[in-house]
Design a protein around this ligand. Structure first.
Ligand SMILES: *Cc1c(COP(=O)(O)O)cnc(C)c1O
Length: 362
């Protein structure tokens, strides 16, 4: 039982679907609610472990316990995915080198660029699919940042090989596991020291929450990160933590359905003449396509569907898509006509009918 948690740690032998449903609950005692209460509290009666609302909250703790059990470590919730990224990057010493995918999440690459411009650290951006090059880059690194699959290029990294090389060089390894979720990939078991999540995406899963998390097995790193969260204050709202935990309860069902829909749509898209290229790593719910008609065709596609909604972000129950290069900050190595599709949990035939009529008209 973690210090500030009201709930028992789940049996480590339980399978992920059971953990998602049963972890982070009050004990099975008469008159206990089945769900943890939304503890709206800025302060607590003195003398215990919590003391103040920035240091801990029982509703965060219930979420953290569930995510920690799914990833196989201890979790800390943050105000957003990027707040979690910033807290981890802040661990790196002055002038140290961070190796990161050139196609990592745009906000992560922007944070690295900002820190580098201010003389805090050096970043070395790599092609994560080139394992030999990444292993070589690890030699000078203090921190190796991985994201797999990458957003939106959907490149997959060999996490185990890279983590072993990074540890040999004395570097810490972080994996942004937002796209895969702990149901499809458990980076701590592959050797990562830290896992980062944009909880905003699949974990919360309903496009109504901004939240982030970091997970680790290393008690010392956990303590340092908790200390940074206490001090810098990038803490989540209590209602957000409650909604994210409610989202986690169905994570396995949502991921299973989104993945089944995505697998089906990826092959149908590959056969459509308006689609030049389909990128789908074979798991997860995100597909990137490159339109044969270029950026104008991609923009037209996003304006001519009924079910698919044109919006940034991903991992919600609803299918959404966007042309990534509409953002000025997206790197030029991402094709101009690339549309990232976040496949939802609707009926796949309706999703395809809607996409096909739009593609047929291009
Ligand atoms: C969205 C996203 C983030 C940033 O998370 P926010 O919750 O938006 O701050 C980080 N990494 C990946 C892979 C993402 O998709």
């Amino acid at each position: 039982m973690s210090q500030d948690s009201p709930t028992p740690v789940p049996d480590p032998g339980l399978r992920p679907a059971t953990v998602a449903v049963t972890a982070g609950r009050p004990p099975h005692v008469a008159d206990q609610p089945l769900n943890p209460p939304i503890a709206m509290a800025s302060t607590y009666v003195a003398g215990g472990d919590l003391e103040y609302g920035r240091y801990g909250n029982p509703t965060w703790a219930a979420f953290e316990e569930t995510l920690g059990a799914l990833e196989g470590g201890r979790a800390l919730a943050f105000a957003s995915g990027l707040a979690a990224v910033a807290t981890v990057l802040d661990l790196v010493g002055q002038d140290a080198t961070v190796v990161a995918p050139r196609h990592a999440y745009n906000g992560t690459v922007m944070q690295l660029g900002d820190l580098e411009a201010r003389g805090r650290l050096r970043s070395e951006l790599v092609d994560v699919t080139d394992t030999d090059a990444v292993v070589k880059a690890c030699e000078d690194a203090a921190l190796v940042w991985l994201e797999s699959p990458t957003n939106p290029a959907l490149e997959v990294a060999d996490i185990a090989t890279i983590a072993a090389a990074a540890h040999e060089a004395g570097a810490y390894v972080v994996v942004d596991n937002t796209f895969a979720t702990p149901l499809l990939q458990r980076p701590l078991e592959l050797g990562a020291d830290l896992v980062v999540h944009s909880v905003t995406k699949y974990l919360a899963g309903h496009s109504d929450v901004l939240m982030g998390a970091v997970v680790t097995r290393d008690e010392q790193l956990y303590g340092v990160l908790k200390g940074r969260r206490d001090l810098l204050g990038a803490v989540p709202g209590t209602l957000e933590a409650y909604l994210a935990l409610r989202g986690l309860r169905t994570l396995h069902l949502r991921v299973e359905r989104a993945q089944a829909n995505a697998t089906d749509l990826a092959s149908r898209l590959a056969a459509h003449p308006a689609v030049d290229q389909v990128r789908y790593p074979g798991f997860g719910g995100i597909i990137s396509i490159v339109l044969a008609g270029g950026a104008p065709a991609a923009d037209l596609l996003t304006r001519t569907t009924r079910i698919w909604v044109h919006a940034t972000s991903l991992g919600g129950v609803e299918s959404s898509f966007e042309r990534r290069r509409r953002w000025k900050s997206e790197p030029a190595t991402i094709p101009d006509a690339l549309v990232r599709l976040s496949v939802g949990i609707e009926d796949v035939e309706d999703l395809w009918d809607d996409l096909r009529q739009a593609l047929d008209a291009l």
